[in-house]
Ligand binder design. Structure first.
Ligand code: 2PG
Ligand code: MG
Length: 429
């Protein structure tokens, strides 16, 4: 990048609202000449214990979720400290944010304050360079349009634990473009809704827009998903396949996994066996957080059993941290990284984790959070960082659709020269 130095003039922050109606932090970076970049911090519900802390006010007002302290940290502490810094020096800026906070889990200034500022700076830099963010990030590299991973049924902590498994998703390894992958996914979403309605089980949607999971067992949800794929006429496995986020930390307690729906308590080996059985019987190509974040032995067993044919993703297990990625590669605990920038707190650290994953031969997926907004920065990161995959929830609710639609625009803009990641990114490494 050959942009000259451009100092940050001012950082504004305000409280805005996310898709759950919870308060969150928006930061706005102003540059000389009126150029600005804006970003909003997302928020998770199923969070890994190693994540950067979302600074919330506590107390009784707004359920303790207000972010007035995090907003004040941006205006009173971060803004004066980064005024005059070069907006094109993202690494230097992020290091300053990290040093200013001074804690490993970012609890002093708040991971929400940090990520809003870090992403706003990135957006401001792209605006100053006169480029869309994805193109600014790519530099001279060729764009790679990601394979979308789209939720059909939402469960776990996104649906009051109505089923144990958190995300029942589809991917379209057989599609030849992002637009086609969305077409096929839209058909599955429609078919699943019709099936739920016909079975008298349609009860609206969960946090990320997937259907509310009225099922008797976790496996029944898988069956419904497979039937919904079959309803579309596309072939399960090769055209459309299943991807799961087990989010197993959410139902792990004192060395056991408590499957509330089945009324079963199983140990780590039992869960591995159950999941391997699902992989054998259903067209599953990706499984995220199959075991709890501290169950490394379970993660290793699962990866050893199916890692040659299935993507095993670390989300809570890796929390977008480079050191965790390097360790997991050594341990053989998974073979793909879910990148959530607010898990670690800055853009540069997220990018570093992605590079470490790539270096280890891992797959990489850029992900939104269950608490989202109209901010589409993650869609640009997926293309600009050539991650290969994007996960932003379901196929309804505008905080989700805004991201899918943004990639459609980028794909259209690239025209014939576009490279769509397709199913190749799922091939076991
Ligand atoms: C996840 C995400 C998105 P949350 O676990 O992958 O589905 O959920 O943002 O609640 O952590
Ligand atoms: Mg997850």
């Amino acid at each position: 990048m050959t942009n000259s130095v451009l100092p940050i003039e001012r950082v504004l922050a305000r409280r805005v609202w996310d898709s759950r109606g919870h308060p969150t932090v928006e930061a706005e970076i102003q540059l000389h000449g009126g150029v600005l970049g804006r970003a909003i911090a997302p928020a998770g519900a199923s969070t890994g214990s190693g994540e950067a802390v979302d600074l919330r006010d506590g107390g009784r007002r707004l359920g303790g979720l207000d972010v007035t302290n995090a907003v004040r940290n941006v205006t009173d502490i971060i803004s004066p400290a980064i005024r005059g810094c070069d907006v094109f020096d993202q690494k230097g800026l992020d290091q300053l944010l990290v040093d200013l906070d001074g804690t490993d889990d970012r609890h002093r200034l708040g991971g929400n304050a940090l990520i809003a500022v870090s992403m706003a700076a990135l957006n401001a830099a792209a605006a100053a360079a006169g480029q869309p963010l994805w193109r600014y990030l790519l530099g001279d590299s060729q764009a790679l349009i990601p394979l979308p991973e789209v939720q059909i049924f939402g469960g776990g902590s996104h649906a009051k634990k109505r089923v144990d498994v958190q995300d029942f998703m589809v991917v379209a390894p057989g599609a030849s473009s992002f637009a086609e992958a969305l077409d096929w996914t839209a058909e599955v979403y429609l078919a699943a809704g019709q099936r739920m309605e016909a079975a008298g089980r349609l009860r609206g949607v969960a946090d990320e827009g997937g259907y509310w999971p009225v099922f008797k067992t976790n496996e029944e949800a898988l069956e419904f998903l497979l039937w919904s794929i079959e309803d579309t006429g596309h072939s399960p496995g090769s055209d459309l396949a299943i991807s799961l986020d087990i989010a197993a930390s959410e139902f792990y307690e004192a060395g056991h996994y408590c499957l509330g729906l089945e009324g079963q308590e199983i140990d780590s080996d039992g869960l591995v066996e159950l999941l391997v059985g699902w992989v054998d019987r259903f067209p599953i190509v990706s499984v995220e957080d199959p075991l709890a974040e501290n169950d490394t032995i379970g993660m290793q067993r699962f990866t050893a059993a199916v890692g040659d044919r299935v993507q095993v993703v670390g989300d809570d297990y890796l929390v977008t941290r480079t050191d965790h990625v390097i360790q997991a590669a050594r341990d053989g605990a998974c073979n793909a990284l879910l990148v959530k920038p607010n898990q670690v707190g800055t853009i540069s650290e997220s990018h570093q984790a992605l590079e470490a994953a790539r270096e280890a031969g891992f797959g990489t997926i850029i992900s939104a959070r269950s608490g989202e907004t109209e901010d589409v920065t993650v869609a640009h990161l997926a293309v600009g960082w050539r991650a290969g995959q994007l996960k932003v929830g379901s196929f309804s609710r505008s905080e989700r659709m805004a991201k899918w639609n943004e990639i459609l625009r980028i794909e259209e803009c690239l025209g014939d020269g576009t490279r769509f990641a397709g199913g190749s990114v799922l091939v076991a490494r």
